[in-house]
Design a protein around this ligand. Structure first.
Ligand code: FES
Length: 559
């Protein structure tokens, strides 16, 4: 338990230190932007913005944040049993670890030189050094800005990505993330050019350096200190590498626990490795939006054997599991470290996104309102007659790719393949019935738009454009993880599904693109009084189903 508390604190410290460092970098870059105005303005803004960081408490806070963040990266490098990381995690780690190396000369040459060598560098003198005396320092500086900022923005995006309202603010954040470094670098280049112009004036370089008390000796001292700093940095980087080697030697002789995956493979678990690390080490894709920090829950698995031999969830894991209303059999693959044999089934697809992580229940089966969507590709049989199997597969794979992309963008959950179509669920993540239906309508619109584009791209290969019919229905159904033991899926069963399939079938008879049931339209409180309410019998249902038909995508409600 003490360990779990520690890892909870480690998570908090990582985020806290990241936020402190991000505030510092942001103020620094804002000051650089003012180089577009003049050296004097930029220096005044820099002095004002940097003032809090120059006080004793500000400096201590900043230095502590840096040490905490860097030590955390070293610790996570040591703690991971497998270095097979997802692309964003690998990029994030590599960028983060390169930052001290890139910033060493800058930190040694400015704040440290200021505190110990009586140097007082303003923008003027700094740019003389970086643009004239040692241009490689200028290049290092530009690279550092790009890498620090990219690292920070990837981290923020993944941290905020699991927060429900983030999608609304993301475009704004994206604009800020692009604009600030662009303006700061523009300021830096403009300042550098001005220095180059001024340098034609006799004595400009000498006066600028003298005013900042920069001499050949202070420069040489800073260069020497940078070299020592780089050597210490390399030694620190080697610590987790050595630690990992020692650990793997000591573990070599132990018989590993075995992890049985739903795919049927049995995998040895390195001592101390999480289920997620074990799967990755064996190249089995598994969802993990937050990178193993118990925030996204996309790595959730159902433990079918060995649950009693696992320690109970840590407070961090328990909190995440409570949030999604998970059953006792559900655990987070990134948090459990098996010491005895274990069998698990992933509960979300390997490419699940942050929105899927918000899905509640749907694990052991519960009766709940749900929006079901059926999509059917018309005329797929004639496609098979006219094309070679290879071509048919190519076209169908393109089609399914576009449809699942449309689902992913509108918070739909791909549930199952139906031969020449698919079934999807909307509203898994919310108790608000209307929200699921509205997303389903957006999904239908997105699918039709993507189908149009696909038809454009494939027009040389198709005798006639691909067409789809979409059925949307909302009602109670049993939702849960079902299916044969080794290929379970999150899906829904019941009358709701049959009715939705019937609605989708009716799109062909009525020659329309979408049909939505009256229940779905009412759940979303849509006003469709301009459309006729129709009805049709459904096998196994005493009452007919009432519905609205939409002839084209343009007829769909604007929501
Ligand atoms: S990877 Fe995000 S909770 Fe496990």
């Amino acid at each position: 338990m003490a360990l779990s508390k520690l890892s909870e604190w480690r998570g908090r410290l990582r985020i806290g230190s990241a936020l402190v460092l991000l505030s510092f970098v942001t103020t620094h870059l804002v000051a650089h932007c003012f180089l577009l105005v003049s050296f004097e303005t930029a220096d005044a803004v820099r002095r004002a913005l940097m003032y809090p960081w120059r006080t004793t408490s500000g400096t201590v806070l900043l230095a502590t944040a840096f040490v905490v963040h860097f030590c955390n990266a070293l610790w996570s490098l040591y703690r991971r049993r497998s270095l097979r990381l997802s692309r964003w995690e690998g990029t994030q780690l590599a960028l983060g670890l390169s930052i001290p190396f890139l910033l060493m000369a800058h930190v040694v040459g400015t704040p440290i030189a200021e505190a110990t060598l009586d140097v007082t560098p303003g923008y003027n003198a700094l740019l003389v050094v970086q643009w004239m005396l040692a241009p490689w320092l200028g290049l290092l500086q530009i690279t550092a800005v790009l890498i620090v900022w990219t690292h920070a923005m990837i981290g923020m995006d993944h941290w905020l990505g699991t927060k429900p309202s983030y999608s609304r603010w993301r475009p704004l954040g994206f604009a800020f993330a692009l604009l600030l470094p662009a303006l700061a670098l523009a300021g830096y280049v403009s300042g550098g050019n001005e220095v180059l112009r001024e340098a034609r004036t006799p004595d400009f370089v000498r006066t600028s350096l003298a005013q900042a008390h920069i001499t050949a000796q202070t420069l040489a001292t800073s260069a020497r200190r940078s070299q020592i700093g780089w050597a210490i940095f390399v030694a620190l980087l080697l610590l987790p590498v050595v630690g990992r080697s020692v650990r793997s030697l000591s573990h070599r002789r132990r018989k590993p626990a075995m992890l049985t995956h739903a795919g049927g493979r049995s995998l040895p678990v390195y001592p101390g490795a999480t289920v997620l690390e074990t799967l990755r080490a064996h190249r089995i894709p598994h969802a993990s939006v937050c990178g193993g920090r118990a925030r996204c829950t996309t790595c959730r698995v159902m433990v079918t054997e060995g649950l009693d031999r696992l320690p109970p969830p840590s407070s961090l894991e328990a909190k995440a599991l409570t949030r999604i209303g998970a059953t006792a059999q559900t655990r987070l693959a990134c948090q459990i470290r098996p010491t005895a044999d274990l069998a698990v089934i992933p509960l979300l697809a390997a490419d699940a996104g942050a929105a899927d992580g918000a899905a509640r229940g749907g694990l052991a089966g519960s009766e709940r309102p749900i929006t079901v969507v059926f999509v059917d590709l018309r005329g797929s049989t004639s496609l098979g007659e006219a094309k070679l199997p290879y071509d048919v597969l190519f076209i169908l794979n393109q089609f399914f790719h576009e449809m699942t992309e449309a689902l992913a963008r509108t918070r739909g959950y791909y549930s199952q393949f139906t031969g020449d179509g698919l079934m999807a669920l909307y509203g898994l993540h919310t108790a608000d019935a209307g929200a699921g239906v509205i997303e389903a309508f957006r999904g239908a619109r997105e699918m039709l738009a993507r189908l149009d584009r696909l038809n454009q791209n494939l027009r040389a290969d198709l005798r006639q454009p691909l067409q789809i019919g979409i059925g949307i229905h909302h009602s109670e159904a049993i939702v849960g993880t079902m299916g044969p033991p080794r290929s379970r899926i999150v899906t829904a069963i019941g009358d709701t599904v049959n009715t939705c399939a019937r609605l989708e079938g009716l799109t062909r008879d009525l020659d329309c693109v979408v049909i939505a049931s009256r229940e779905a339209v009412e759940a979303a409180e849509l006003d469709l009084s301009h459309l006729p309410l129709r009805e049709a019998p459904v096998r196994g249902r005493s009452a007919p189903v009432q519905f609205y038909a939409f002839a084209t995508a343009a007829d769909l409600p604007e929501i």
